[in-house]
Design a protein around this ligand. Structure first.
Ligand code: NAD
Ligand code: GDD
Length: 322
């Protein structure tokens, strides 16, 4: 039986990964500070612990896993990473986790290690035009991420790639572009735009006004979590190291995103634009390289992903109102 370790398994993407690996027949160990909030984990073993603790990392990497997925990070949406208030924690917590984990994996000579980087590592100067951002993998340097979160991601992807070069570790690096879907953070300050828009629309009545940050003309692309998992597995099990973008190329403005959510909800709601943390002006995944080298491209539209996500967020809102 193949064995996998999933770090951050109490969180959004990693909890979906645990489910997928169990469906594939793996023995799975999850580790996180917390259990998943929205459904029970099917992991064979779930360790509650802090990956900033080097000895814990050594304890959980107690065997030559077939696959290790490193998703644990101190992260959140624009309201968390662009305010500047959490910069020291974000950099220190995530870098410590990555330093500990990569070394623990080297010691046990694990077969494959996937590291989840982010589109936030791309230079801000290529993301100023909302209609024409450049996020090709080759555009990463000269480096100029617009957040400390992005700088830590850039450092850590280089760390995993250095272990590949110097220790022959089979590292794999994916750069995620705004992943969303059911069981993602939807409230509390760390939620990203798709979940935030679904929540605001679900809580509103016809004729109400909801607030969104900025003029709404900033652009992004959003990838549904199932497609992300598929891309991660395709990359991890390939003979390529990366980094590769794992995202959608269906770029929309935040105003268009809200419109789509309102259509799905069947509600007519006014939008008020207010100042807030907005991040880069435009961002879109460029899937040219991953399509060419791994034959991967997402298949679902944003609308399809938002339909399932809206239904799930609406249910959470309803439960909360009881
Ligand atoms: P998430 O916050 O839901 O999951 C991260 C998990 O890591 C959380 O459950 C958290 O408790 C855990 N964690 C944090 N510090 C820990 C510690 N010290 N010890 C043990 N566990 C710890 O985030 P997610 O959306 O599932 O993201 C997963 C990964 O993908 C992260 O590395 C994130 O930076 C990256 N990423 C996500 C997106 C996205 O849009 N969701 C985009 C780019 C990159
Ligand atoms: N979260 C949120 N909540 N964003 C809003 C809101 C709101 O109520 N209103 C407008 N926005 C705008 C933000 O200002 C930003 O311009 C845009 O929607 C997208 O915000 P997020 O989805 O929160 O984050 P992001 O795309 O800027 O960055 C995210 O994606 C990266 C990868 O592409 C973050 O989740 C990063 O952690 C991630 O690495």
């Amino acid at each position: 039986m193949k064995q996998a370790l999933v770090c951050g398994a109490g969180g959004f993407i990693a909890s979906h990964m645990v489910k997928r690996l169990k469906q594939e027949g793996f023995w799975v160990r999850g580790v996180d500070l917390k259990y998943p909030e929205f459904s029970e984990t099917p992991a064979d073993d779930f360790v509650i612990g802090d990956l900033r603790d080097q000895s814990l990392c050594r304890e959980i990497v107690d065997r030559k896993y077939d696959e290790v997925y490193q998703f644990a990070a101190d992260m959140g949406g624009a309201g968390y990473i662009f305010t500047g208030e959490h910069d020291a924690d974000v950099m220190s917590n995530s870098a410590t986790i990555n330093l500990n984990m990569v070394e623990a994996c080297r010691k046990r000579n694990v077969k494959r290690v996937f590291y989840s980087s982010s589109a936030c590592m791309y230079p801000a100067y290529n993301q100023e035009d909302p209609n024409n951002p450049n996020c090709a993998e080759s555009s990463a340097y000269p480096a100029a991420p617009d957040s400390e979160y992005g700088w830590e991601k850039l450092f850590s992807e280089r760390l995993y790639l250095a272990y590949h070069r110097n220790y022959k570790m089979e590292s794999r690096v994916g750069r995620f572009h705004n992943i969303f879907g059911p069981e993602g953070t939807w409230t509390g300050g760390k939620e990203k735009a798709p979940a935030a828009m679904c929540r605001k629309v679900a809580q509103a009545k016809d004729g109400d006004t909801i607030q969104i940050w900025g003029d709404g003309k900033q652009t992004r692309s959003f990838l549904i979590v199932d497609e992300c998992i598929e891309g991660v597995l395709r990359l991890t099990r390939s003979d390529k190291t990366g980094p590769y973008n794992i995202g959608s190329e269906e770029m929309v403005s935040i105003n268009q995103l809200v419109e789509m959510v309102m259509e799905i909800a069947g509600k007519k709601i006014h939008v008020e634009h207010i100042p807030g943390p907005t991040g880069v002006r435009g961002r879109n995944s460029d899937n040219t390289l991953i399509a060419k080298e791994l034959g991967w491209a997402p298949s679902q539209s944003l609308r399809q992903g938002l339909e399932t996500t809206y239904a799930w967020v609406e249910e959470q809102v309803r439960k909360g109102q009881k």
